[in-house]
Design a protein around this ligand. Structure first.
Ligand code: SF4
Length: 336
C-alpha cells in the first residue's frame, strides 16, 4: 500500500501546502514534512505517511483509555500509527509517537481497515480505540476504519491531545462516539513550553466534542512542579465545570519517570488526592485518581451508592437501573 493522499490540505503558490488537520496549520514546502513528520508535501500534494501503518494493536479494557462512563467493563480494540504533533518530554509512548512512518527501521506494516474491524469483532471488543500515539494524525485511515466499524455495530473512541482544527472536528465527529482529551497544563506558557503547542485549541476541541454529543472525559497527567500547582488545577476543574459540564469525568493521573525524562520523581499520591479535592470543590461529580492502587469505582454523587464496581481493570459490575442510581434514582451520566 502506497502512502495515501491527505485530507484537510490547501494547495498554495509555489507548490506549498497548508495542512489544516491540527492547530499548528503547518505551511509545508515541496519535499518537506509537517511538524508531526507523518504528513509530507510531494510535488505540491500532501500525503499521509501513516495510512494503515499500524505500529501497535492491543485489546484493552475501556477503562485503560481511560473512559469510566462509556461501556464500563467492555473491551476496546486499540490501534496506533506513528506520529505526534506534541513534544511532551515525559511521553510514555515516545518510542512510537516521536517517529515518522518512514524513518522507523522495518517500517510499520500496512493493515487494511477491514482487518482491524474483523480483529475487533473476533476479540469481542465493543469499540475501536485510536490511541497510544496522536490518533488524529491518521484521520484518513481512521475514517475508513470507523465507518466500517459503525456498520459492524462497533463504537469509535479517540484518545487525543485535542489539538484539532474545527475542520478536523467536523470531519471526525460523525463517526466518533467517545473521546478522552488530555489537558496537559492550564497555563499557556507552560503548555507551550512543554508540548510545543497552544492551550486554547485543546479547550476549543473539548467544547466542540461535547456540544456535538460525543461522550467526553478529560485526563490530566500531573507532573510535579510543572502542572500541579493550585492555580492550574483549579483552572482545569473550573473549565470543566463551567465550559463543559459537571458530568464530564476528570481523571488526574500519577506520572512516573520515563527513560528520557528522569529528572522529576513520580507524583506523590497525596498530590493526586489534593487535585481530586480541587475537582470536587469545583462541583465536578466524577473525579478519578489514575495510576493509583485505590478504588476506581463510581459512586452516585447524590447518595453515595456504588453504581459501578470495578475489579482491577478487567471487569465492572454495573449497578444501574435505566442509567440511574438504583437507590435514589439520580441519573448517572454516561453511555451504558
Ligand atoms: S497534522 Fe498538524 S503538525 Fe502535522 S502537518 Fe498537519 S498541521 Fe502540521
Amino acid at each position: 500500500m502506497s502512502d495515501h493522499p491527505a485530507l484537510l490540505a490547501s494547495q498554495l503558490e509555489d507548490g506549498k501546502v497548508r495542512c489544516e488537520l491540527c492547530a499548528h496549520r503547518c505551511l509545508i514546502r515541496p519535499g518537506q514534512k509537517g511538524l508531526c513528520r507523518v504528513r509530507e508535501n510531494r510535488g505540491g500534494e500532501l500525503f499521509s505517511l501513516s495510512y494503515g501503518r499500524l505500529i501497535a494493536s492491543h485489546v484493552d479494557p475501556i477503562e485503560k483509555k481511560p473512559l469510566y462512563h462509556f461501556k464500563p467493563g467492555s473491551l476496546s480494540f486499540s490501534i496506533a500509527s506513528p506520529g505526534c504533533n506534541f513534544r511532551c518530554q515525559w511521553c510514555q509512548n515516545a518510542d512510537i509517537s516521536q517517529i515518522s512512518s518512514t524513518n522507523e527501521p522495518g517500517r510499520p506494516r500496512f493493515v487494511a481497515p477491514e482487518r482491524v474491524v474483523e480483529a475487533a469483532l473476533a476479540s469481542k471488543s465493543q469499540s475501536i480505540s485510536y490511541t497510544y500515539t496522536e490518533p488524529t494524525l491518521s484521520v484518513e485511515y481512521n475514517l475508513s476504519v470507523s465507518q466500517m466499524a459503525r456498520d459492524a455495530g462497533l463504537k469509535n473512541v479517540y484518545v487525543t491531545n485535542g489539538y484539532m482544527t474545527p475542520e478536523m472536528l467536523e470531519l471526525s465527529i460523525p463517526t466518533l462516539d467517545a473521546a478522552n482529551v488530555d489537558i496537559k497544563a492550564f497555563d499557556e506558557a507552560v503548555h507551550r513550553r512543554y508540548t510545543g503547542a497552544h492551550l486554547q485549541p485543546v479547550l476549543d476541541s473539548c467544547m466542540a466534542l461535547l456540544k456535538a454529543g460525543v461522550w467526553l472525559e478529560v485526563t490530566t497527567l500531573m507532573i510535579p512542579g510543572i502542572n500541579d500547582d493550585e492555580t492550574q488545577l483549579q483552572g482545569v476543574a473550573e473549565f470543566i465545570a463551567t465550559e463543559l459540564s459537571l458530568d464530564v469525568p476528570w481523571h488526574v493521573s500519577r506520572y512516573f519517570p520515563q527513560p528520557q525524562f528522569r529528572q522529576i520523581p513520580a507524583t506523590p499520591p497525596e498530590r493526586i488526592f489534593y487535585a481530586m479535592d480541587v475537582g470536587r470543590k469545583a462541583g465536578l461529580r466524577y473525579v478519578y485518581g489514575g495510576n493509583l492502587l485505590t478504588s476506581t469505582d463510581t459512586d452516585c454523587p447524590n447518595c453515595g451508592e456504588r453504581v459501578v464496581r470495578r475489579i482491577g481493570y478487567a471487569d465492572a459490575i454495573v449497578n444501574l437501573k435505566e442509567s440511574a442510581c438504583p437507590k435514589c434514582g439520580f441519573r448517572i451520566a454516561g453511555v451504558w
